[in-house]
Ligand binder design. Structure first.
Ligand code: NAD
Length: 480
């Protein structure tokens, strides 16, 4: 069986622990590779390498750094087929999604930050007759980047690309559930001419190697994307030692649909915003609020379309949904269907596991699920499920929709469907979210701030926000 390896100091190596963890293929439910169960000694080895590399990388001209990162981006694009197949196999997502979304986006992430750094500028503040201040933006040093399983290389690269562009050295850890494309990335970085020790990729579990990254005194900043509970733990651990923190956490996003929307466009986008990537995107709109005037029409057409949605093995070109990422996650999502029923909800379609023919009979498939009849404040409508499960709830007024939308602890994104321009702006202004889409969903411009409020996180990624996070400002004053 294939054994994945850590990437430290420009070389692939075995974990010092000598231990490995099973890596499952969600489509079949079978173990298909082994990943290093790394520990504190591996983190130390990576930090030693990063410390040696930092003066080389941080003092390299921006032009040269940029060229290496552009090559890295091109290196992934050149191996597109291998990367897309690996991502789909590791995660269970349809191959078409990995091909059209995940890997092209990883290519763009590197290209975007490779070129953004060429334009990144710092400020100067003149004090008339007194002197001038100028602000330097220095790389932080060694930073830790920890990412989740839902969009593996997409989110891994979204962190490490700006960190590298800004001149930092990195200790990165992909999710132990989906390590494969991060494993492939080491070689691509080496081929692109990345100096040894600049990018170190460690595999293993969160509570062991992840924790060791968060605690290591020489790792000065942590950029984390994952669950709110993990974020809470990381914040508690890193705050007393004054690490810079960026936390992109969970969501329970509202999708608010008014009577006056473009029904056809809303319906097809709502199918995607509910179930893309098996509903495992932090931006999926899992609480659908529909204005009373079109509620019955929406319910009938949405449920029909959802019940016709094809769930199939990831390589099947007809697959709209593939497998969920793991057995435990499938069980968690199914448990919420039970909770919803106990809370008085009615399952309108789905709600059960899908059993495909061999060799996919042990895969983690589930029917996309629509539930109605729940109060806005029940557990199903307040807790993050992170799977192919949505609730539909009618509303009458704008105020009521806003109250229900803002009722959770989360505040990542929101979607609004209306043709009333004033209402759209009014709602966007009032809604608790870091990102609002009006008559659209998941349209991403990499220059815009990305992140959430409340329990959805602290800080923003994207554009200048990311480059600011991965640099320390130093103000210098010169007297006239
Ligand atoms: P998770 O929190 O379980 O794990 C995320 C990463 O953190 C993994 O690499 C894991 O190994 C590591 N980790 C776990 N415990 C750790 C610890 N104690 N110390 C250090 N690292 C640790 O999350 P997940 O299940 O992989 O991902 C799903 C979650 O991620 C959902 O809540 C989803 O909403 C969230 N998410 C948020 C965004 C966003 O941009 N806000 C994007 C994608 C996913």
């Amino acid at each position: 069986m294939e054994k994945l390896r850590n990437f430290i100091n420009g070389e692939y190596c075995d974990p010092t622990t000598g231990e490995y963890i099973d890596n499952y293929e969600p489509a079949t439910g079978k173990v298909y590779s082994l990943i290093p169960n790394s520990g504190t000694e591996d983190v130390q080895k990576a930090v030693d390498a990063a410390e040696k590399a930092f003066p080389i990388w941080s003092k390299m001209s921006i032009d040269e750094r940029s060229k290496i990162l552009v090559k890295l981006s091109e290196g992934i694009a050149a191996r597109m087929d291998e990367f897309t197949k690996a991502e789909s196999r590791d995660n269970g997502k349809p191959l078409s999604l990995a091909t059209h979304v995940d890997i092209p986006r990883a290519v763009s992430n590197f290209h975007f930050f490779a070129t953004a750094i060429l334009h990144f500028a710092s400020e100067s503040h003149n004090m008339e007759g007194v002197g001038v201040n100028y602000t330097l933006r220095k790389p932080i040093g060694i930073v830790g980047c920890i990412s989740p399983w839902n969009l593996p290389l997409y989110l891994f690269s979204w962190k490490i690309a700006p960190a590298l562009a800004a001149g930092n050295c990195i200790i990165a850890k992909p999710s132990e559930v989906t390590p494969y494309t991060a494993y492939l990335l080491g070689q691509v970085a080496k081929d692109a001419g990345m100096p040894d020790g600049v990018l170190n990729i460690l595999h293993g579990e969160g509570h062991t190697v992840g924790d060791a990254i968060v605690k290591h005194p020489k790792i000065k900043a942590i950029s984390f994307t994952g669950g709110t509970k993990t974020g809470e733990y990381i914040a508690r651990t890193a705050a007393p030692v004054f690490k810079k923190l960026s936390l992109e956490l969970g969501g329970k996003n509202p999708n608010i649909i008014f009577d006056d929307c473009d029904f056809k466009e809303m319906l097809s986008t709502t199918l995607r915003s509910s179930f893309a990537n098996q509903g495992q995107i932090c931006l999926c709109g899992s609480r659908i609020f529909v204005q009373r005037g079109i509620y019955d029409k929406f319910k009938a057409e949405f449920v029909k379309r959802v019940s016709e949605t094809v769930v199939a093995e990831p390589n099947d070109p007809k697959a709209k949904l593939g497998a969920l990422v793991s057995k435990s996650h499938l069980e968690k999502v199914l448990s919420y269907v039970k909770i919803a029923q106990e809370e008085g909800g009615t399952v309108l379609t789905g709600g059960e596991r899908v059993l495909l023919d061999a060799p996919f009979d042990n895969g983690y498939y589930m029917r996309p699920t629509v539930i109605e009849g729940l109060s806005y404040d029940c557990r199903t409508n307040q807790e993050e499920i992170f799977g192919p499960v949505v609730t539909i709830t009618p509303f009458d007024t704008e105020e009521e929709a806003l109250m229900m939308a803002n009722s959770t602890v989360y505040g990542l994104s929101a979607t609004l469907w209306t043709s009333d321009l004033k209402r759209a702006h009014r709602m966007a202004n009032e809604i608790h979210a870091g990102i609002v889409w009006i008559n659209a969903w998941l349209v991403r411009d990499l220059r815009t701030p990305f992140g959430g409020v409340k329990a959805s996180g602290v800080g923003r990624e994207g554009g200048w926000e990311a480059l600011r996070f991965f640099t320390e400002p130093k103000n210098v004053f010169v007297k006239y």
